[in-house]
Design a protein around this ligand. Sequence first.
Ligand SMILES: NC(=O)c1ccc[n+]([C@@H]2O[C@H](COP(=O)([O-])OP(=O)(O)OC[C@H]3O[C@@H](n4cnc5c(N)ncnc54)[C@H](O)[C@@H]3O)[C@@H](O)[C@H]2O)c1
Length: 247
Amino acid sequence: MDTRRIAVVTGAGRGIGAAVAERLHELGHRVALLDVAADSAAAKARELDASGTTARAFAVDVRDPAAVRSVAEQVRREFGTPEILVNNAARTQSRSVWDIEVTEWDDVLATNLRGVFLLTRELAPAMRERGWGRVVNLASLAGQQGGLVAGAHYASSKAGVLVLTKVFAKELAASGVTVNAVAPAATRTPVMDEMDAGQLEAAEAAIPVGRFGRAGEVADLVAYLCGENTGYITGATFDINGGLFMR
Ligand SMILES: NC(=O)c1ccc[n+]([C@@H]2O[C@H](COP(=O)([O-])OP(=O)(O)OC[C@H]3O[C@@H](n4cnc5c(N)ncnc54)[C@H](O)[C@@H]3O)[C@@H](O)[C@H]2O)c1
């Protein structure tokens, strides 16, 4: 049986999303790299396959329902029907809860939570019809405990991702489609370059494992959950946080 699938990874231009796209591609899947940053997604896709046959970039803003609908159609038409969806795109924003403007609150929620809702509703029905699918949502330790560095809007959006994961998992469980969440913390990606150095140093010192996580480590866990033999795992949250939070 050919178990190579078509995978969509959002926010695949850099960081964890790029590492996930790379890992799924290594495993033989054809990968659609979605990102609002079209150039970085295109560069990553070219790195994986310059011909665009097994990896291709698609520009989309996951906040925008019309854009999500149109990119889903484009991926289906030009690339094939996705059976794997990794909802990874997010806006990470630090700010004291007292200083968050309502526009920024809405934008972080639209990117991190509405994006997951929109992409999953677009792509999961075809998985349900085929009787096989894997959806993995990138949540965060922040969604369980409040952010170490990230703000209340980010943490609230990720708490929403955790429950949305369970909602979709219940809806799709009987049809061979699993939906799980991976909750990283303190993984070294470009988003950290934009953060305060002092805060980062304090955050690293607090990690029991003694270092930041690597994007490839998160990607391996995501890829595992997208595998053939994981049909009995659904609605679950997997922590990958160097021991920062133990259940
Ligand atoms: N790095 C960490 O320590 C960490 C910790 C917990 C959770 N996470 C989660 O893991 C995921 C990846 O994190 P990262 O550190 O690689 O992030 P990142 O900021 O490095 O990358 C995010 C990607 O998403 C894209 N993106 C942002 N807004 C978008 C939009 N509206 N539409 C489409 N694409 C958009 C960006 O262009 C970027 O390529 C995120 O969901 C994040 O919340 C990361």
